[in-house]
Ligand binder design. Sequence first.
Ligand SMILES: Nc1ncnc2c1ncn2[C@@H]1O[C@H](COP(=O)(O)OP(=O)(O)OP(=O)(O)O)[C@@H](O)[C@H]1O
Ligand SMILES: [Mg+2]
Length: 460
Amino acid sequence: MQRILVADDDAAIRGVLRDLLEDEGFQVSEADNGVGVLSALSSSNGSRPDLVLMDVRMPDKSGLDVLREAGTGIGSAPNKQLPVVIMTAFGTSNVAIEAIQLGAYDYITKPFDLDHVLLTIQRFFERQELNDQVIELSTRLGDRDPNEVLIGNSGPMQEVYKTIGRVARSDATVLISGETGTGKELVASILHNSSSYSRGPLIKVNCAALPETLLESELFGHEKGAFTGALNQRKGRFEMANKGTIFLDEVGEMTLSTQKKLLRVLQEKEFERVGGSVSVKIDTRIISATNKILPDEIEQNRFREDLYYRLNVISIYLPPLRDRRDDVPLLTEHFLQKHRFTASSGPARISQGAMQMLMEYDWPGNVRQLENQIERATVLSQGSVITEEHLSFTGADSRRVIDIGQRVRKGTTLQDLLGDIERQALSEALGQTDGDRLAAASLLGMKVGEFQQRLADYGL
Ligand SMILES: Nc1ncnc2c1ncn2[C@@H]1O[C@H](COP(=O)(O)OP(=O)(O)OP(=O)(O)O)[C@@H](O)[C@H]1O
Ligand SMILES: [Mg+2]
């Protein structure tokens, strides 16, 4: 019979899990602290659990401390995978990435769904049987910048965290894709800082910002006299990134000729400066990012397929914010904390109506746009309560739509839906006319008296 140790300082949670697991035929033991888990894991007799379900927060040692110590314990090789599933209530990436990096098999977030717990456990034992889970993981983690954290608890983001944790120390080439503002650059920094190249520099190159010839000289450097204006030899970004990471942003914008040169660098780990013949060898981790769908670009003969496979050894896809609306409240809270009105004021608060507006918006600019909205609204509300009036989605942002499908599912009545559309139309018209009621009314084909009445109805 397989043995599972449930470690949590909350007896109620232990009880629920014990009932669940015993029903499934597991032999269950309990621990209410980290020391208990460590001694169970190091015991050599038949009482060693096959799997530990462990809370991150425990009174004596945190779950992460336990992983750290268990991973480096005497007699056990570092970097090994531990038969541990971490349970966490945090909505950020740090715990998740660190737990996986420290060797945890998986993690689940609280409050959990019992089916999901069982599924995770089942997968663990299936993998055990296949014995194919040899993943090299790190026991060392540099100090993390608290600003350098991915927020979000949604399923897709959890997958992202797991991938980051797994590739962190493998130094494999990673391609990050996703729409604008989804956090590609942020992920690149996190990857760099948790890699074995983290002592070296992280050098960023925006491939879209420069014309072809300048980009090549930027990437590879040039020799004196290579072209008009090349008065001295200059080192390129690849040389600067030696023993560090080069981040090729918007890699989908490179011309085919630059792509060819880049391919050679990836294959041979060496290149020549523009106008030169000496080969320069490099030892650099390569991370690239794109908001294009590269397979489509390949189809259109705008991107080399061979280069794509070289760049895309590991791929991380960041989903657009509208596909993970559940993350909006957590992100909002994070940005309210970050963008306080004054250094000494507390974070602004947000009204229910405003939060609903944030939840329903489509976010074409993704997390960056949300951050900008929150920063702006904090200023407009003077750090007090942010209401609908402090949010604006105009100009490029005006693609705000009500997700009718979602609202209908939630049981919103037609009258309420129409009301929301009307309210949005009124405030949009006011925004577009800089608050001129007469102009706004005529924009919507309404009499000004009627318009005023509606504004009052909606408290605008
Ligand atoms: N999950 C997240 N949690 C917290 N902050 C985030 C998250 N995703 C993005 N951000 C923040 O949003 C802003 C935009 O992110 P970033 O620059 O990484 O996006 P990007 O994908 O590189 O966009 P672009 O394609 O336009 O360059 C940054 O300030 C970043 O810190
Ligand atoms: Mg970017």
